[in-house]
Ligand binder design. Structure first.
Ligand SMILES: Cc1cc2nc3c(=O)[nH]c(=O)nc-3n(C[C@H](O)[C@H](O)[C@H](O)COP(=O)(O)OP(=O)(O)OC[C@H]3O[C@@H](n4cnc5c(N)ncnc54)[C@H](O)[C@@H]3O)c2cc1C
Length: 250
């Protein structure tokens, strides 16, 4: 997968600080230079003051000001399974590559290019929920054969799906109908926009240890990019808040 930032609020941490200070300012915040806005905050430099205020907000669960800043991410080559999980987050805005307008009719992609690679093919005991082996198969089959058996089943199933898809297109079936035979591992590109508060909430749930590996991997990349964009907020989140107990509310 590839994850990158398309656009993001400029001067994000200044905006968060101004919004937070507005609540306690007896004069209009829009007329004050940033140094004045931060005048009463502890710290020798403006960066120290930003850290004092932002850390205070995050420590005390005052997440509202983080809603004023947002970031647009482009994600390439993730599964439609990841897409289904990510789009459950209702405060993010999404654009999803369409299977009605984009069909694979000119060229059927090679297996492996069209669907995501899965750890269940590469590791005999991958981490994942609800593993349910056939005990006899597990006890009697060498590890190498287990991996090659899995690879074979996956490849054959993908090939069959894509060939059926192509056949249906050749028979005049519209892409929006033919896509029904494509696997959930089929790759998709996503653009999503999210504010910093909601990004922390998504990370609480999706960077967690019990989260599914692919969305966890994407969330880790998103968090790294978020830290480049907002070093104070996401630096603090990554150090102090990540891997908290799953929170059902932000
Ligand atoms: C490990 C894991 C396993 C999961 N398994 C399943 C599963 O098996 N089946 C399944 O269906 N889902 C599953 N989910 C999805 C999960 O239940 C949530 O739907 C999803 O994570 C969205 O998070 P959220 O509920 O916090 O809502 P978000 O849309 O991210 O909203 C953020 C917050 O805003 C508030 N909010 C948003 N909308 C409303 C509203 N309409 N009313 C009141 N408050 C609102 C809530 O406080 C909410 O926490 C799973 C998630 C994880 C992380």
């Amino acid at each position: 997968m590839k994850v990158e930032i398309l656009e993001a609020t400029p001067n994000p941490e200044e905006t968060v600080c101004k919004a937070a200070r507005n609540d306690y300012s007896d004069t209009y915040i829009g007329d004050k230079p940033f140094e004045k806005v931060m005048g009463e905050i502890e710290g020798n430099t403006i960066q120290d003051k930003k850290e004092t205020l932002i850390h205070h907000l995050l420590e005390h669960g005052h997440f509202g000001p983080a809603e004023h800043i947002s970031c647009t991410f482009a994600v390439k080559g993730v599964s439609r399974s990841l897409m289904a999980q990510l789009t459950r987050h209702r405060h993010a805005t999404f654009d999803i590559q369409s299977m009605r307008y984009v069909s694979f009719d000119d060229e059927i992609p090679e297996v492996g290019e069209a669907v995501v690679e899965i750890p269940g093919l590469k590791e005999v005991n991958p981490t994942g929920r609800n593993v349910n082996w056939d005990e006899e198969y597990k006890q009697t089959t060498p590890e190498e054969k287990i991996l090659s058996d899995r690879e074979k089943v996956y490849q054959e199933s993908i090939e069959e799906s894509f060939n059926s898809y192509k056949e249906l297109l050749d028979m005049g079936v519209p892409p929006e109908d033919a896509r029904m035979v494509l696997p959930i591992g089929t790759k998709v590109n996503i653009v999503f926009t999210v504010n910093a508060r909601m990004l922390m909430h998504i990370a609480d749930m999706r960077a967690a240890a019990d989260s599914q590996w692919e969305i966890r991997e994407m969330t880790e990349e998103v968090l790294e990019l978020a830290e480049d964009w907002c070093p104070t907020i996401f630096g603090y989140y990554n150090e102090e808040m990540k891997n908290r107990k799953n929170r059902l509310a932000p």
